[in-house]
Design a protein around this ligand. Structure first.
Ligand SMILES: Nc1ncnc2c1ncn2[C@@H]1O[C@H](COP(=O)(O)OP(=O)(O)OP(=O)(O)O)[C@@H](O)[C@H]1O
Length: 222
């Protein structure tokens, strides 16, 4: 079953010098349960592709079906709901909230919807345990290392149990050991049935995926 299908997807940005066409007709299909790496030269549109898959932005043209739902033409509100339901994000810069503690950061998706209950707090603690941060829920995020902050972001991404995990340079600027741990955690999530799409410049990391997609000149080449 397909988790992601894109057909003739284009994305242009309005720049100072006119329209910049980043994606020029991307077709792809990613099956449920796959672990896919996306590579390509700097500026070729990898992050743009990921933001389209994660419903952070809308395509200029084309069809994007996520887990059976056509997303083209959705209103912002529906897009936001679908995003919360379907996708968890792990970015190089994990945008944690420094005024909240570690556990509250994991709970953020629920805090934003005003729905935290005791069961959720237990789930947050279990997720922190799973990413190797058990017992550290009360710490402030700025006291954590880069790798630890990334793992808090991963726990947060898993909180609502989304079928799709989207990682943009998830190991960027991490030391070898932390990078390896991060990959392992993504692979664990994949082993539990999540579809993982990971943007990376790192060939060794990409080799760990089931499949590598190459984005070049605005189109996809395997
Ligand atoms: N919001 C935006 N507004 C205008 N231009 C943008 C915007 N986001 C991205 N771009 C442009 O689109 C192009 C692709 O950017 P994108 O970040 O998707 O590339 P990338 O392949 O992820 O790059 P890198 O590997 O360097 O992170 C770049 O030329 C960038 O300047």
């Amino acid at each position: 079953m397909a988790m992601i299908t894109m057909q003739e997807v284009t994305k242009s940005y309005r720049g100072p010098g006119g329209l910049v066409r980043v994606l020029k007709g991307v077709d792809l299909r990613i099956e449920a349960g796959e672990f896919v790496a996306v590579m390509g030269p700097s500026g070729c549109g990898k992050s743009t592709l990921l933001s389209l898959i994660g419903l952070l932005s809308a395509p200029t043209k084309g069809s994007i079906v996520i887990d059976g739902a056509e997303t083209a033409g959705l209103r912002e509100k529906e897009r936001t709901r679908l995003r919360a339901e379907k996708a968890g994000f792990v970015f190089q810069f994990p945008s944690l909230v420094s005024t909240l503690d570690v556990r509250e950061n994991v709970l953020l998706p629920l805090i934003l919807t005003g729905r935290t209950e005791e069961g959720h707090r237990r789930r947050a603690d279990a997720l922190l345990e799973a990413v190797g941060l058990g017992g550290r829920g009360k710490e402030r995020t700025y006291q954590l290392s880069g790798g630890e902050q990334r793992r808090v972001a991963l726990a947060r991404a898993l909180l609502l149990d989304p079928p799709l995990l989207l990682a943009d340079e998830p190991t960027g600027a991490l030391d070898h050991e932390s990078a390896h741990e991060m990959l392992q955690l993504l692979q664990d999530a994949n082993g539990r049935g999540r579809t993982v799409v990971m943007v990376t410049h790192d060939r060794d990391l990409a080799r760990q995926a089931h499949r590598v997609l190459m984005l070049r000149d605005g189109v996809m080449a395997e």
